[in-house]
Write a protein that binds this ligand. Structure first.
Ligand code: MG
Length: 253
């Protein structure tokens, strides 16, 4: 009887682990309704879809304005970090929207009580600049009372380290670059790994290692059905995808 009960508990737990995989819309839900990545409409569509999170890339312009854009190129501007905001704003995106400021993005983020904003702090030219960007992002989030509704990701180790130092306790901070083991990320104070699908397939053992260390596992950018299913089967916590509809379908949502 005990054994049967134990087996039941284990089955239930493992089913829960699988069901817990959450969907993050990569650069918002942009593959719909004439939207475009990192726009207000892509965030709105992600909120309407009711996904766990909507990811966004934040860059600082030459004149110190935080903007939501992947970069580096925008139309005929080779590097948005080396251009003034007005010049970037003057050139609409392919769907007609303009490049939003971080402020505008936060205003839209507030309109949903559930969808989190996953802020990717882009790498910048110097550690000093990255520190300033981190401070300004944290200040904006605090001003809009969104501290509990945002999480952070970055390729730059310096950015992650500054977030560990400067963000409020319990802030979720995941490293993107893929070369650190879960143990190294844990030691650095990060709360999760957020690695490329190919990296995770080379190191599937990092999923259990992360979970044993209390770290979350996010995988990017997973768009095709086979890889989405692989992530779900492996029990990763988050899938970052341009195809949230397919991820939802596989998750039975
Ligand atoms: Mg990104």
């Amino acid at each position: 009887m005990k054994r049967i009960l134990l087996a039941l508990v284990c089955t239930t737990l493992s089913l829960c682990a699988v069901a817990q995989t959450q969907v993050i819309a990569h650069r918002g839900f942009h593959a719909t309704k004439n939207s475009f990545d990192n726009t207000i409409s892509s965030l709105k569509h992600a909120q309407e879809l009711g996904v766990y999170g909507s990811e966004v890339d934040i860059n600082e312009t030459q004149d110190g304005v935080l903007i939501a854009i992947h970069g580096a190129r925008h139309r005929d501007i080779a590097d948005v970090q080396k251009a003034d905001f007005a010049a970037i704003r003057a050139l609409p995106l392919r769907n007609g929207e303009t490049v939003p400021t971080f402020e505008e993005y936060l205003e839209q983020a507030k309109r949903s009580k559930t969808t989190k904003l996953i802020i990717e702090v882009k790498s910048h030219a110097t550690p000093e600049q990255e520190t300033r960007v981190v401070k300004n992002i944290l200040a904006g989030v605090k001003k809009h009372k969104l501290t509990k509704r945002v999480e952070y990701i970055a390729f730059s180790k310096h950015v992650c380290d500054e977030l560990v130092k400067l963000a409020p306790k319990k802030t979720q901070i995941a490293y993107l670059n893929g070369e650190l083991t879960p143990a190294q990320c844990k030691a650095a104070g990060y709360t999760g790994i957020d690695y490329n699908i190919n990296t995770m397939k080379r190191h599937p053992e990092w999923i259990k290692q992360s979970h044993d260390l209390g770290l979350t596992v996010n995988v990017w950018t997973v768009n095709d059905t086979a890889n989405l299913q692989w992530c779900i089967d492996q029990g990763v916590d988050y899938i970052t995808t341009d195809n949230p509809l397919e991820a939802n379908r596989l998750l039975g949502k």
